[in-house]
Design a protein around this ligand. Structure first.
Ligand SMILES: [Zn+2]
Length: 484
């Protein structure tokens, strides 16, 4: 059997593992690379890459770094058919929403870059200064990878299956999906197959959540497996406890909204984090610990994600169900507005005080949050509150690491707002929690791989696995084929 990590090895995005056994070939996830100057070019290369025939795809969840390149299978190409994609039912509902948004963002980015290239051509002075950078960027994004039509076609290949029920994506293979407790629909995949006359079980963790998460139900215990691939986003650290996180949030909101009388901008992933943050606000406002005059969710994608998330009541946590009921019955302890149009979004720029603005993207690489940062970062009475992992090379990471100024919309924006990171609100398990999941595996696997982590995180988790579980984990390297 062969395993090849086509992404999310030495980094946290671009998840895609190619598995080959006895003539069978399938993928686990097919995600986009995010963050860093070369992300667009890497996605372009990955999208165009010849993978050969693929029998099926197992998709762990609907975050774009796991599903963002799936439309490569929208049409048969290079003589190969388009493989079916298996995932949970909530994921099958979310993927078309996420991919349609991705297609839209790509078309807008291409249009913007074209305009920029035209502008550059008409002002030779500037052209000289940044000719190479602009040319590279224009080349990297000259056409979108896929369109809304491709997304519609891909959606017909999605098959939603329930957690815990065995299904056969291929006559040689049996699969069960287990709740990974990360976002609604997120799964770990247990795969049983024949390999050279032997039966083998593989377990792909997907992204694992913390058991204290407020949005989705706690993850299932892992099954036994011969080969385990585990994520390591937070493989080198633990999160703060939920109680500490609540205290921290209470302090930040009080200071920015009531003392300094500014706004608070919360960059959040539209899917998962935005909803979880609202549940946390609800929990604190209901008990009178915070006073938030106005909460805006400035992300149509977050609204759509919320609709799908709360439609799957069996998959969400009690606290989230209570929030949903209060919202539906108009009994929330704060005013919550979802802004749709660009005009409504721009109106938020005129609010000077008392607004809490939740907007995507979570790492500030795209989306409406960039406008809110432009208006609020230079103001010392405002706060920016990060709620999730900031990958290397992203604008979010630069702000978190204390940049004095950032480059936004062609100008230098000073950072005078206070910057905070909520330690305990990650949708990803911290180091101890990853170890707990691994410890719960019923028997020692023959092989274990650590992926989906920056090198220090992946190696730190592998070191603890070796020390405390006596496993011999391999930190996955990109583009390396492992024969097992
Ligand atoms: Zn994820």
């Amino acid at each position: 059997m062969k395993l090849r990590f086509l992404g999310a090895a030495g980094e946290v995005t671009g998840s895609c593992i190619l598995v080959e056994a006895d003539g069978l070939r399938f993928l686990v996830d097919c995600g986009m690379f995010q963050g860093g100057r070369d992300a667009a070019a890497r996605n372009r290369r990955a999208y165009a890459r010849e993978l050969g025939p693929i029998d099926f795809v197992l998709l762990t969840h609907a975050h774009i770094d796991h599903c963002g390149l799936l439309p490569r299978f929208a049409r048969p190409r290079h003589g190969a058919g388009s493989p079916p994609v298996y995932c949970t039912k909530p994921t099958a509902d979310l993927v078309p929403v996420m991919l349609a948004d991705s297609a839209f963002v790509q078309s807008r980015t291409v249009a913007r870059d074209r305009r920029r290239t035209d502008l550059t051509a008409s002002s030779p002075g500037r052209a000289k200064a940044s000719r190479f950078r602009k040319a590279a960027r224009a080349q990297a994004t000259e056409t979108p990878l896929y369109t809304a039509e491709d997304v519609r076609r891909l959606a017909t290949r999605l098959h939603g299956v329930p957690y815990g029920v065995e299904f056969r994506p291929h006559p040689q293979v049996a699969v069960r999906l287990h709740n990974a407790g990360h976002i609604v629909g997120a799964a770990s995949a247990e795969v049983r197959l024949a390999d050279g006359g032997r039966r083998r079980t593989l377990l792909f963790s997907g992204d694992l959540g913390e058991d204290s998460a407020l949005l989705v139900r706690d993850r299932d215990p892992p099954p036994a497996a011969d080969i385990i691939v585990v994520e390591s986003t937070y493989g080198d650290r633990n999160h703060r406890s939920l109680a500490d996180t609540e205290d921290e949030l209470v302090a930040v909101l009080h200071d920015a909204l009531q003392v300094r009388r500014g706004n608070v901008v919360v960059p959040a992933f539209a899917l998962g984090r935005a909803q979880e943050f609202l549940v946390l606000l609800y929990r604190l406002a209901r008990t009178g610990r915070i006073r938030v005059p106005l909460v805006f969710v400035d992300s149509p994608l977050a609204r759509q994600s919320a609709e799908v998330t709360f439609a799957h009541l069996d998959a969400i946590d009690e606290e989230a169900a209570a929030f949903h009921a209060a919202e539906r019955d108009r009994k929330l302890p704060f005013t919550l507005r979802y802004t749709e149009s660009v005009e409504d979004s721009m109106f938020l720029n005129s609010i000077r005080s008392g607004a809490l603005i939740v907007a995507a993207s979570g790492m500030c690489e795209a989306g409406r949050v960039r406008h809110h940062l432009r208006h609020n970062l230079p103001r010392s009475d405002c706060a920016v509150l990060f709620t999730g992992f900031q990958a290397a090379g992203t604008l979010g990471r630069r702000i978190v690491e204390g940049a004095r100024s950032v480059w936004l919309f062609g100008e230098t924006i000073p950072v005078r707002a206070s910057v905070h990171t909520l330690g305990g609100l990650s949708a990803h398990a911290g180091q101890d929690s990853l170890l707990d999941w691994l410890r719960a595996v019923p028997r020692r696997p023959r092989s274990a791989f650590v992926d989906h982590g920056e090198p220090t995180a992946a190696h730190a988790l592998a070191a603890r696995m070796a020390r405390e579980l006596a496993w011999s984990p391999i930190v996955a390297e990109a583009e390396t084929t492992y024969e097992i």
